[in-house]
Design a protein around this ligand. Structure first.
Ligand SMILES: C[S@@+](CC[C@H](N)C(=O)[O-])C[C@H]1O[C@@H](n2cnc3c(N)ncnc32)[C@H](O)[C@@H]1O
Length: 221
C-alpha cells in the first residue's frame, strides 16, 4: 500500500519528547483496559465489522487491534517512536500484519484512494491540524470508503465541564503531548467535505472530566 517512491515523510508538527513520549506509551499501555471499558459500546458498533485492510491514525500501543480479525492488515501511522515496540508486540499477539509508519497523520505518504477504511480513536485531539488530517483522510480513501472515529471533544460552551476543560487545558496538553480537550471536532469533520457524516455525541461518567465529552461516528468518502 505504501508508495515506496515517495520521499521521507517527517512527523509534521509532532515533536518527540523523550520522557513524555515514554510516559504516554506506558500510560496508554497501563490504562488500556479502563479506557476500553468506557469506550467499548461505541467502538464495537463502529469498529466491529472492519474490512481486512485498515489504515489507523495514531495507533498508540494498539488499543484497537482487538477489533481486527487475525490475518488482517493494519497500516499504522504513529509518530511517537516510544509506542512502537508495544504496538509491534501487540499486533504479533493479535495475529495482525503490521505496516508501521513513523509519520504524522497530516502527511501519511500513502497513495491517493488506496484505503477502504481509516480509523482513529482519541487522536484528532492531539494532531497539530485536524482539518489537514481530514483532508489527508479524504485523499487516501477510495470513493465510498469510510473513516470511523471515536474522539473526545469540547463540552458545550457555558457548562461546568467546559469550565473544567478550560482550567485544565495547559497541564492536560503538556502531559498528553499536545492533546487539546477544547476542540469542536464534530464541526471540523462535518466541514471536511465528506459525502455523508453520521455522528453520535455522548458523555462518559469518569473522574477524567476533560475526556468525558465525546463523539463517535462514520464519515463516508
Ligand atoms: C491519546 S493517544 C491514543 C492512542 C490510541 N489511538 C488509543 O486509542 O489508545 C494519541 C495518539 O496519537 C498519536 N499522535 C499524536 N499526534 C499525531 C499526529 N500528528 N499524527 C498521528 N498520530 C499522532 C500519539 O502519538 C498517540 O499515539
Amino acid at each position: 500500500m505504501i508508495d515506496s517512491a515517495m520521499a521521507k515523510y517527517p512527523a509534521t508538527g509532532f515533536e518527540v519528547h523523550g520522557a513524555r513520549g515514554r510516559f504516554n506509551a506506558a500510560f496508554f499501555g497501563l490504562m488500556e483496559p479502563y479506557i476500553e471499558w468506557n469506550l467499548r459500546t461505541h467502538k464495537r458498533r463502529l469498529f466491529g465489522e472492519l474490512p481486512h485492510a485498515v489504515v489507523e491514525l495514531g495507533s498508540g500501543v494498539g488499543a484497537n487491534l482487538r477489533y481486527l480479525p487475525a490475518g488482517s492488515a493494519l497500516v499504522a501511522i504513529e509518530p511517537n517512536p516510544h509506542m512502537h515496540q508495544r504496538l509491534r508486540a501487540a499486533s504479533q499477539r493479535a495475529g495482525v500484519h503490521l505496516e508501521l509508519l513513523d509519520r504524522a497523520a497530516e502527511r501519511t505518504g500513502l497513495p491517493d484512494h488506496c484505503a477502504d477504511s481509516v480509523i482513529s480513536s482519541l487522536v484528532l485531539c492531539s494532531v497539530t491540524d485536524p482539518a489537514e488530517v481530514l483532508a489527508e483522510i479524504r485523499r487516501i480513501l477510495r470513493p465510498g470508503g469510510t473513516y470511523r472515529f471515536v474522539e473526545h471533544v469540547a463540552a458545550p460552551a457555558g457548562t461546568p465541564t467546559r469550565a473544567v476543560q478550560r482550567a485544565l487545558r495547559r497541564p492536560w496538553a503538556w502531559t498528553f503531548e499536545g492533546c487539546s480537550c477544547e476542540r469542536d471536532l464534530e464541526s471540523i469533520i462535518r466541514a471536511a467535505g465528506f459525502a455523508r457524516v453520521d455522528v453520535e455525541a455522548y458523555r462518559l461518567h469518569t473522574p477524567v472530566v476533560p475526556f468525558n465529552t465525546q463523539i463517535a461516528g462514520t464519515a463516508y468518502a
